[in-house]
Design a protein around this ligand. Structure first.
Ligand code: ACO
Length: 376
């Protein structure tokens, strides 16, 4: 009989679990493209709405299509008051991702068509959650800051309105561009753990909301989207750039994984990271507060020398969100509020060509045991 290591592919590393035409990653170059468009060509050019349309319909929208799509998303931003009541009821100690997961689950119960898995209704639900999740996250942020939630403004873009619901201020074009780019860089990333989770739920022919709730549960983990909160906590703990080297040496000596570094697929750099690094630097310049960017670059340099491990998407996204005024405890919620568009594209794909996802385990337990006499 073969050994476990010959048969089990730990973490499903390198396994091709499905066909997909949404995103392409070559971790050795590194290359990331959405529906054939290289991320470097779209990151600081397209708006998040254009990217969502591209991910869902496989083509960039015409001006008329974009106008209709944007208006539809904008009209869906409001959330029922019962969802706000639920968010208010949650204990302050609850993880904000648990709050988001529960709020989305409640939205599912309020949808009389929740179990309609037809393509048209799936697109309606996807538009609904892509519009509503940023509102939920902004309400969570306002409540956490002890401030009243702000009604969405349909005249603003999704990115602009996100900032407005968070701060009560209408953002300038630089802030809107920064949020647009952050959202679109987080929008999609092939069969990452949370997207695979969504596809596995769809594989049983369960409903859209169940898939998204499961995806939120998966992205919450600190090895996945949850890493972004940990990155900023690390920067805050380091506090002074000159302490960065000693902090890292100590953490590595204790065999700690450093959040914001490493990736299962990217070996030669994360294709998204240079854009976030550039934005973090621009925000540092614009605000005159270079501390977080300096700490980040110092830790990155030390990490490269010590371990040769790359900074991933979450690394420079952390100071970007911090400068934008997102509360630290809600960084992962921001990531989920962007990834809903990519999850949805994969959910459409999985329903359209579904086969139950059901791998096997290599059994390593007992066999052939007899019940003891006193149990018979
Ligand atoms: N800090 C220190 N060492 C690391 C790190 C890290 N962040 N990442 C990998 N390594 C080391 C491992 O200890 C291991 O070393 P070894 O061979 O001496 O044991 C080697 O690099 C390979 O690492 P694995 O854990 O096998 O890599 P895997 O592909 O399983 O994990 C992961 C990838 C989970 C992302 C890992 O790099 C990690 O834990 N990073 C920190 C968390 C993080 O930033 N996650 C966000 C990922 S991006 C996203 O999901 C949005």
């Amino acid at each position: 009989m073969s050994s476990a290591s010959e048969q089990v592919i730990s973490g499903l590393e390198g396994v091709l679990a499905c066909e997909s035409s949404v995103a392409f990653i070559d971790g050795n170059i590194p290359e990331l493209s959405y529906r054939g468009y290289n991320i470097h060509d779209i990151a600081e050019t397209l708006t998040y709405e254009q990217v969502v349309y591209l991910l869902w319909y496989d083509e960039l929208p015409s001006p008329e299509q974009l106008h209709t799509f944007r208006n539809d998303l904008a009209a869906r931003r409001g959330i029922p008051s019962v969802v706000i009541d639920l968010l208010r009821l949650m204990p302050a100690s609850a993880h904000p991702m648990a709050g988001l997961r529960t709020a989305v689950s409640l939205l599912g119960t309020l949808d009389p068509q929740a179990d309609d898995n037809s393509p048209a209704d799936l697109h309606r639900k996807a538009a609904d959650l892509t519009a509503k999740i940023p509102t939920i996250v902004a309400v969570q942020a306002r409540l956490q800051m002890g401030q009243a939630p702000i009604e969405p403004d349909a005249s603003l873009s999704l990115a602009g309105n996100y900032h407005y619901m968070l701060t009560g201020k209408r953002p300038d074009t630089t802030i809107t561009r920064t949020i647009d780019t952050s959202l679109l860089l987080y929008a999609e990333h092939e069969t990452n753990a949370s997207t695979f989770t969504c596809r596995a739920v769809v594989g049983t022919e369960s409903d859209y909301y169940s898939a998204v709730v499961a995806g939120i549960g998966a992205i919450k983990g600190p090895l996945h989207g949850g890493a972004i909160d940990e990155v900023m906590r690390m920067f805050l703990e380091i506090d002074q750039p000159e302490r960065a080297g000693a902090y890292l040496d100590q953490a590595l000596a204790a065999k700690r994984k450093i959040s914001g570094f490493g990736h299962r697929v990217y070996r030669a750099g994360d294709a998204r990271a240079p854009h976030l690094r550039a934005m973090a630097e621009r925000l540092a310049e614009a605000t005159g507060d270079r501390k977080w960017f300096t700490i980040a670059t110092t830790v990155e340099q030390h990490m490269r020398q010590a371990k040769g491990i790359i900074a991933n998407v979450d690394y420079y996204a952390a100071p970007v969100l911090y400068h934008l005024g997102f509360p630290l405890a809600l960084f992962t919620n921001f990531v989920a509020s962007a990834r809903i568009s990519g999850w949805s594209a994969h959910i459409f794909e999985q329903y359209a060509n579904n086969r139950l996802i059901r791998p096997r385990a290599l059994y390593t337990g007992h066999r052939g045991r007899q019940l003891p006499a006193d149990y018979q």
